[in-house]
Design a protein. Structure first.
Length: 289
């Protein structure tokens, strides 16, 4: 069982801190005495925290994670400002809602650029510094959508499945340097994500009289899913996970995430077992035991 270390004051780098989980993380970290390099596209949303805590423990940086040069510059500035960063949290993101054929090329590119390439950029910019200082933690805020597919969320699911694949591989590469990673998979969360953080496709008439049309209308009205996750409790669970050693490879948060994830993985395992004989039948003759 992972050991829980006593609380140490740490320095955190958190993207997407103007609202939602990122904002709650920043608030909780400052209350407990940690230092935070907080990034946001709308930095004025953090003016109240700067006034309360000062720039000795909170530094705010304007950052759009789709800008590679800005990512490298801001990561460098954050390490320079605090001397070291113990925990990198990739939280910035948004969702594209709509059927796959409805989305424009530009919408799909933006989705992948923000949710997949953005965390890759931030992480790659930080890795040399984390290695030089002897280690650290990287926390990737994903979603249960990184394990489970949802209708009208294909581009979003693609971004989350992709980023989870990246961190699955990265974990094996960086462990020898004392760098540990955790993928966080929340379910639904009571934030403004649906109303403010989602881009929408232009609906095609072909879908209007189908179950997907009903689902779309329910989602936009807020009645299709019960949003049950408490952003404060989720942020607290993320912080607590950093006190565990070794780091959990994945952190599933929310009863909906747990139930959906479990059902999907059980079915996936059953499908795999059913294909065992076919899988083995395709081995080369001289590779068979």
């Amino acid at each position: 069982m992972p050991a829980t270390a006593p609380h140490l004051h740490r320095t955190w780098f958190v993207t997407g801190t103007s609202s939602g989980i990122g904002r709650q993380l920043t608030e909780l970290l400052l209350v407990r005495g940690d230092r935070v390099a907080a990034t946001a596209r709308r930095t004025h949303a953090l003016d109240d925290l700067v006034a309360e805590h000062g720039d000795d423990r909170l530094r705010v940086f304007a950052l759009d994670v789709t800008d590679p040069a800005a990512v490298r510059r801001v990561v460098d500035e954050a390490f320079a400002a605090f001397g070291r960063v113990d925990v990198m949290v990739n939280n910035a993101g948004y969702g594209l809602f709509g059927a796959a054929e409805e989305a424009t090329d530009e919408q799909i590119v933006r989705q992948l650029d923000t949710n997949l390439l953005g965390p890759v950029r931030v992480t790659r910019a930080a890795l040399p510094r984390l290695r030089d200082q002897g280690g650290g933690r990287i926390v990737q805020i994903s979603s249960i959508g990184g394990q489970v597919g949802f209708p009208l969320m294909s581009a979003y699911n693609a971004s989350k499945w992709g980023v989870e694949g990246f961190f699955e591989s990265l974990r094996l590469e960086v462990e020898p340097f004392g760098i540990q990673t955790t993928i966080v998979e929340p379910g639904t969360v009571r934030t403004a994500f649906v109303s403010q953080g989602i881009d929408r496709t232009r609906p095609l008439e072909a879908y209007e009289d189908t179950d997907l049309g009903d689902y779309r209308r329910g989602m936009l009205a807020g009645t299709a899913l019960p949003f049950i996750g408490d952003p404060v409790r989720i942020a607290r669970a993320v912080i607590d996970s950093v006190d565990r050693d070794p780091a959990p490879a994945r952190l599933v948060l929310g009863s909906d995430a747990y139930e959906l994830g479990r059902t999907t993985l059980v079915q996936r395992l059953a499908d795999l077992e059913a294909q065992r004989s076919v899988a083995y039948s395709t081995d080369a003759e001289d590779a068979r035991g």
